[in-house]
Design a protein around this ligand. Structure first.
Ligand SMILES: Cc1cc2nc3c(=O)[nH]c(=O)nc-3n(C[C@H](O)[C@H](O)[C@H](O)COP(=O)(O)OP(=O)(O)OC[C@H]3O[C@@H](n4cnc5c(N)ncnc54)[C@H](O)[C@@H]3O)c2cc1C
Length: 473
């Protein structure tokens, strides 16, 4: 059991892009309030600021015409999930200002010779040159962390949240965490909590997520009874095995390319799949809602027991590929202020959804982390100042006996889920061995006599993702 709890006004969980921006906003909105930022690592972590590509696209549509066109594209891409037009509008409205703010802070970005931001087309939106590029991510981390600290936010590195706590009234009131160095439990009481925990990709054996990406967000948020959506809509990139180098899957439709059989013979893709190649070339992740997902489904259905596929390229090169988990499109449903359906609980970045649906435009996630990180942090600070702290004794009881299930009625905001038809585009990769692997590994953990809080949280999260895989709100 934890000793005495730490206390704060706003607890931010996760020190990636969304968490740092939220801590900055909370400290700025409520000078003098105690803002704590807890995360597993002290240095750059997560998929944005510790990104393996060392650069990040971020949507920054410069004018109304681009914003309108992008909004239409984002909403059209949401099926078989749903994006909320109000959240999409907030995203596109605030994104240029949030990017300009980073530039003013000194975060390096790619620029034209004239000094303007160089804008690029984005995945799923090749007609829209609206994405700026952040180029030195460790520097971006240092500048953001310094800004949050200068405003008074304090950091607690070396900790991972394993449970979000709610008081008897159902409102968020803190979290239980594990100190990674020795497994010791730590409790933090808070008047408002911002979940900025990143996405689920870290749960997968083959992942592109950055260091410190534990993938616990879906399960932690589900445990509070917050309404969630799109948790099964994980983005997969076809990548080479071993190594994980990105593989342009549409090139398998080129003459001379195809699947390699046991004797090395090359079988071309069926002609009806080759017809999807041009559309598939316009986005790196496999789609959940576009017709070109037929190409990914065909390949996924032919993965071997290790989850890989032998392929040949048009130039004769042979390699193996596999779907690697990149990021998620699901999480807690939030309102334009980043508030979840649980009072006092806010979510931002990759563990929040609604500003995109099942698929999302490239650069939209980094923009969402900045926009909704800032909005959630500011609103959480305001909420904290108005909320009465939980009495000490009540919090200590709760911390020692956290409720197993959310309060009755807390889940009423969850939208009804309908099973996906087997042939729906969203059924992509449902037979994927990686998902099966998750269930197997985590079922084993569940069977262990006393799983650690971290293992238990990973199990909850994996089950939340898998449960949603066959249901789209
Ligand atoms: C290789 C790669 C390239 C990408 N490129 C782009 C791109 O160009 N444009 C784009 O828009 N998106 C891109 N994405 C997606 C984007 O980077 C992420 O969605 C983005 O990082 C989300 O920011 P975040 O702050 O929500 O999460 P993260 O940056 O992942 O940060 C999560 C934070 O939470 C911490 N954390 C995790 N678990 C816990 C816990 N239990 N308790 C406390 N803290 C915890 C982590 O350590 C980390 O500090 C890319 C992703 C990958 C993997």
């Amino acid at each position: 059991m934890p000793d005495q709890p730490l206390r704060c006004d706003v607890l931010v969980l996760g020190a990636g892009l969304a968490g740092l921006r939220a801590a900055w906003a909370a400290a700025e909105a409520a000078p003098g309030a105690r803002v704590l930022l807890a995360a597993p690592l002290a240095g750059p972590s997560g998929s944005a600021l510790a990104n393996v590509n060392a650069r990040l696209g971020v949507l920054a549509p410069p004018a109304d015409a681009q914003r309108e066109a992008l909004a239409a594209r984002i909403l059209a891409l949401a099926a078989p999930g749903r994006a909320d037009p109000a959240l999409v509008a907030a995203l596109l409205e605030d994104a240029p200002a949030r990017v300009a703010e980073l530039a003013a802070l000194g975060v390096p970005m790619e620029r034209t010779q004239g000094g303007a931001l160089r804008l690029h087309p984005a995945c799923f939106a090749q007609d829209h040159a609206c994405a700026a590029l952040l180029t030195e991510l460790p520097r971006a981390h240092a500048l953001l962390a310094a800004r949050a600290r200068a405003l008074g936010a304090a950091t607690l590195p070396g900790l991972a949240a394993t449970r979000l706590l709610a008081g008897p009234d159902g409102a968020a009131c803190g979290a239980l965490l594990t100190r990674l160095a020795d497994g010791a439990p730590v409790a933090v009481a808070a008047r408002a909590v911002v979940a900025a925990l990143g996405g689920p990709a870290g749960l997968f054996g083959a992942t592109l997520a950055g260091p410190g990406s534990l993938g616990l967000g879906p399960g932690l948020l589900d445990g509070t009874g917050a309404a969630l959506a799109h948790c099964g809509c994980v983005q997969f990139f076809w990548s080479e095995v071993p190594g994980g180098a990105f593989f342009r899957v549409h090139t398998l439709a080129a003459p001379g390319a195809g699947l390699r059989g046991p004797g090395g013979a090359v079988r071309p893709l069926p002609p009806e799949l080759a017809a999807h190649a041009a559309a598939r070339a316009t986005h790196c992740p496999a789609s959940w809602g576009l017709p070109d997902a037929a190409l990914d489904r065909f390949l996924a259905a032919r993965l071997d027991e290790a989850g890989t596929l032998a392929v040949a390229l048009a130039d004769g090169r042979a390699t193996r590929i596999a779907p690697w988990a990149h990021s998620g499109n699901g999480g807690a449903l939030v309102n334009p202020h980043g508030a979840t359906t649980v009072p006092g609980l806010f979510a931002a970045g990759e563990c929040a959804t609604g500003m995109h649906g099942a698929d999302r435009v490239g650069g939209a996630m980094v923009a969402a982390a900045l926009v909704f990180g800032a909005r959630a942090g500011a609103r959480a600070a305001r909420h904290a100042l108005a909320a009465a702290p939980l009495p000490d004794k009540m919090f200590t009881d709760l911390m020692n006996n956290p409720r197993e299930k959310p309060a009755p009625g807390a889940r009423t905001a969850r939208p009804a889920a309908a099973p996906l038809p087997a042939d729906a585009p969203g059924a992509l990769l449902t037979g994927d061995t990686h998902y099966i692997e998750i269930i197997k590994q985590n079922t084993l953990i569940a069977l262990m006599e006393s799983p650690s809080p971290l293992e238990e949280a990973a199990l909850r999260s994996a089950l939340t993702v898998v449960r949603d895989l066959h249901t789209i709100d």
